[in-house]
Ligand binder design. Sequence first.
Ligand SMILES: C[S@@+](CC[C@H](N)C(=O)[O-])C[C@H]1O[C@@H](n2cnc3c(N)ncnc32)[C@H](O)[C@@H]1O
Length: 244
Amino acid sequence: MQGKLVGVGVGPGDPELITVKAVKMLKTADVISIPKAHENKPSLALAIVKQILKGRENIPELLELVFPMTKDKSELKRSWSQNAQIIAEKAKTGKTIAFITLGDPMFYSTFIYLCQRMKEEHPEVNLEIIPGVTSLTACAAVSKIPLAEKNEVVTIITSGIESDKIGEIAKHASSIVLLKGSKRLKEFVPVLEKSGFTKNSTIALVRRCTMSEEKALVGTLKDVKKWDIDDDYFSISIIKEKTK
Ligand SMILES: C[S@@+](CC[C@H](N)C(=O)[O-])C[C@H]1O[C@@H](n2cnc3c(N)ncnc32)[C@H](O)[C@@H]1O
């Protein structure tokens, strides 16, 4: 019997934000697969599910898979294919492999690449995805800034984007969400102010949302220059044209 690969969203950090369905899967899966950028780097996703795994009667196999953070496309493809092959071999023996991801598996996640490889290279393996609470909505909740209402447009960008593109995008957005760190936030503020946002637009910068190290700053764009911003990759900024 063919087994399956299940992408499991484990939420943004607080273990209470894991869905009931994800908990059930984490309690029964034969293998828990943990994506890592380097072998020695601790996994935040694993830390979130630690208590659930501890509570299991039988100990699952823990399978760490390294997905290197590189821009070398051939190296990336090689690692995705290798990891897909490892999972396919396990699935062939009827096992269920739960691949844990921070937030939601289909939102800026390593699971997306694995999922694509599985579909293309191992179509015989069953695929299932359990959605998770994303960091995006968790940060909106913590900062109490609504992402959108009525016909508003929410635009999601990452800190890798060029400034001139942000200017164009911002002209059409009611809210902007900036993912993947806050290093360039001060550089982006004047661009936003030239593109429809104002000094009085609301902004929240949330770091390590719902984790024990959570820190949230909420103010207006004119406040940002005074903010002491630490460059934590696990940060999100939400900028809202106006708060009603
Ligand atoms: C590779 S993406 C993963 C997104 C994830 N799949 C999700 O649904 O939230 C990593 C980015 O998500 C954001 N992120 C993830 N967890 C976060 C948290 N607890 N607090 C703030 N930002 C977070 C950060 O912007 C980080 O750079």
